[in-house]
Write a protein that binds this ligand. Structure first.
Ligand SMILES: C[S@@+](CC[C@H](N)C(=O)[O-])C[C@H]1O[C@@H](n2cnc3c(N)ncnc32)[C@H](O)[C@@H]1O
Length: 397
């Protein structure tokens, strides 16, 4: 009940907080063109900001503009807005809020940070700079892990799903999406970044709250405040929770979720541990929870020399520690491979997201370390056809 009260307070204490927009950014000098102050509808505003972004060389101009306008109108995407909202004139408040968010985009802030939330594997996760924004290809890593888990025969006498260690959890995207799809599993999520650990905790709590709210939808039919919410839900299953009016949100949040609504219990099945895996003896912190069935990681793997080619969106806003993998991008990868055999069970596996140059580098590194008893058993390509995911298995002694 304490948690519900806190969430309720956050929601009622001002629209900026509610919408998850970035707080404390300096006011921007960008002024809207005079044509924007008239009776403009959402479609016209999207076109206006697309043009401004294009003129200023902002990547993905139209998408950025659509996401921002949709967000202000309570939807996840422009296409999922109720069609009537495409042509309905926006209020001065909405126009002002759109301008405020677009001014952050003009400063190359990623859309995910501007909106303050992003979807990953059907979960709506809070995004806060400088915590790494989950990339679409990482969803393929999660899908591969899920396929492998589905194919494994359950261990004799096992009561539950696999115990998973995620190294470098960031926003919690991998850990929470695995948990949400493996209801019997538990995850230990570690990260050396304080901000990442905090955000994973927030997202674990948030998902619990979303589960409750989602299942309360039928109670809300007939409430006109929920029209856009219900429209989005029926179209895409998306969840623009902030678009609910405080009265409705207060009602939802004050009602403790019935027991069956907490069935996924993400928060109860995740241990979030602040840990630098390069620190001496760090594995001893993890040992008591083992043996572990799977290690999953999207580690920092960018070659140091490639760091300077990263887009301004990344360099200026994301934590570079999340990306820089050292000279050949292998620093954290080799650390994980060195630690994992001590933590994994006899036939445990490691799944990694890597750079396309890494399958070969990892394969020859493993050959130079037969003492680890690990073999690279499969390499998978991403949606662009590049070899990006590795499955490494521990072999019997
Ligand atoms: C590429 S990000 C991945 C984040 C998240 N798993 C995802 O896919 O969105 C790498 C993460 O590893 C963490 N990290 C970097 N070095 C680490 C270390 N030595 N020990 C633990 N975590 C580390 C970073 O803080 C960052 O959150």
């Amino acid at each position: 009940m304490k948690l519900w009260g806190r969430i309720l307070w956050t929601l009622l204490s001002g629209s900026r907080g509610r919408r998850g927009a970035p707080q404390g950014w300096a006011p921007n000098s960008w002024k809207p063109r005079s044509s924007l102050s008239g009776q403009l509808n959402a479609t016209e505003v999207v076109s206006h900001w697309t043009q401004v972004f294009e003129q200023r060389g902002i990547p993905e101009a139209r998408k950025s503009s659509e996401y921002i306008v949709a967000h202000v109108l309570g939807a996840k995407t422009f296409q999922s807005l109720r069609p009537v909202l495409w042509t309905k004139p926006l209020t001065p408040k909405q126009l002002q809020y759109i301008q405020e968010l677009c001014s952050h985009r003009l400063q190359r802030m990623p859309v995910q940070y501007i909106l303050g939330e992003w979807d990953f594997q059907g979960l709506s996760l809070k995004m806060e700079p400088p915590v790494f924004i989950p990339r679409p290809e990482t969803e393929e890593l999660v899908e591969w892990v899920l396929e492998e888990v589905a194919q494994r025969p359950p261990a004799v006498g096992a009561q539950s799903g696999p115990l998973i260690l995620e190294v470098g959890c960031g926003s919690g995207a991998i850990a929470l999406s695995l948990l949400s799809q493996l209801p019997e599993s538990q995850v230990i999520a570690v990260d050396k970044g304080e901000a990442a650990v905090r955000l994973t905790r927030k997202n674990a709590q948030r998902e619990r709250c979303n589960e409750g709210c989602l299942a309360l939808v039928p109670w809300l039919y007939g409430w006109t405040d929920c029209e856009q919410w219900l429209y989005c839900w029926s179209k895409k299953g998306s969840f623009p929770s902030w678009s609910l009016k405080p009265r409705v949100m207060a009602y939802i949040l004050c009602s403790p979720p019935p027991p069956h609504l907490s069935r996924l219990q993400l928060q109860d099945r995740i241990r979030i541990v602040p840990l630098d895996i390069t620190s001496e003896g760090c594995w001893t912190h993890l040992l008591p929870w083992g043996p572990i069935d799977l290690v999953v990681s999207n580690p920092p793997y960018v070659f140091h020399k490639d760091m300077e080619q990263l887009a301004p969106e990344i360099c200026s806003y994301e934590d570079l520690v999340a990306l820089d993998g050292g000279e050949e991008g292998m620093d954290i990868i080799t650390r994980i491979l060195t630690l994992a055999p001590r933590l994994l069970n006899a036939s445990g596996s490691i799944f990694l997201e890597v750079d396309p140059r890494h399958p070969e580098l990892v394969s020859s590194w493993l050959q130079s370390r037969p003492d680890l008893r690990l073999s690279l058993v499969a390499v998978r390509k991403d949606f662009c056809g590049r070899p990006r995911f590795l499955h490494v298995r521990k072999s019997a002694a």
